[in-house]
Ligand binder design. Structure first.
Ligand SMILES: Cc1cc2nc3c(=O)[nH]c(=O)nc-3n(C[C@H](O)[C@H](O)[C@H](O)COP(=O)(O)O)c2cc1C
Length: 161
């Protein structure tokens, strides 16, 4: 099983989630984390599972992620499993105002097969970003990330056993 986690992170929180997932998944196969700005065509080769993560910006996908995905050739994710997550401030509870459902739709449009519902990891806002503040992940979110990663490697969850 070869997994590619593609992430975008302005303040580092989404990257931390991606790295925690990679650590959990690394025990069961090959896994790499790549920043979406550094993504090259060869990164997709031989990959079975693609996970894309980004912060929610303006209730949607950040512009940098949108444009990077728009550059990918049609069908590039055909035959690959896909999943998406975002990091979001908890005070906005509506799923449709988060990046991950939109991310997952884009991955499906590129040919990917979804294997999980979009997932969200929560940050607490610590000061306005414009004023130099950073967003910090809530305390239990790294554990949640590890658990979600394990579920992605076993999407049926043993339901048929
Ligand atoms: C320009 C901008 C717009 C944002 N818009 C939203 C938003 O619409 N909803 C939300 O929950 N959080 C919003 N946030 C907070 C981000 O979700 C938060 O900064 C992010 O999860 C932190 O992840 P990062 O450290 O990987 O950048 C916004 C942050 C920025 C900088």
């Amino acid at each position: 099983m070869k997994t590619l986690i593609v992430c975008y992170s302005k303040f580092g929180n989404t990257r931390r989630v991606a790295e925690a997932m990679a650590e959990a998944m690394g025990r069961a196969g090959e896994v790499r984390v790549v920043g979406i700005e550094q993504l090259i065509a060869g990164d997709w080769e031989g990959v079975d599972l693609v996970v894309v993560g980004s912060p929610t910006h303006a209730f949607s996908i950040p512009a940098a992620v949108r444009s990077a995905l728009a550059k990918q050739p049609r069908g590039i994710l055909a035959g690959k499993s896909v999943a998406a997550f975002d990091t979001t401030v908890r005070k906005w509870p509506f799923r449709r105002l988060r990046a991950s459902p939109k991310l997952l739709r884009r991955l499906c449009r590129l040919g990917g097969t979804p294997i999980a519902e979009p997932e969200t990891f929560f940050v607490a806002m610590h000061g306005a970003p414009a004023a130099g503040g950073t967003d910090l992940l809530e305390a239990d979110q790294i554990d949640r990330a590890r658990q979600w990663a394990a579920k992605l490697l076993n999407p049926s969850g043993g339901r048929n056993e």
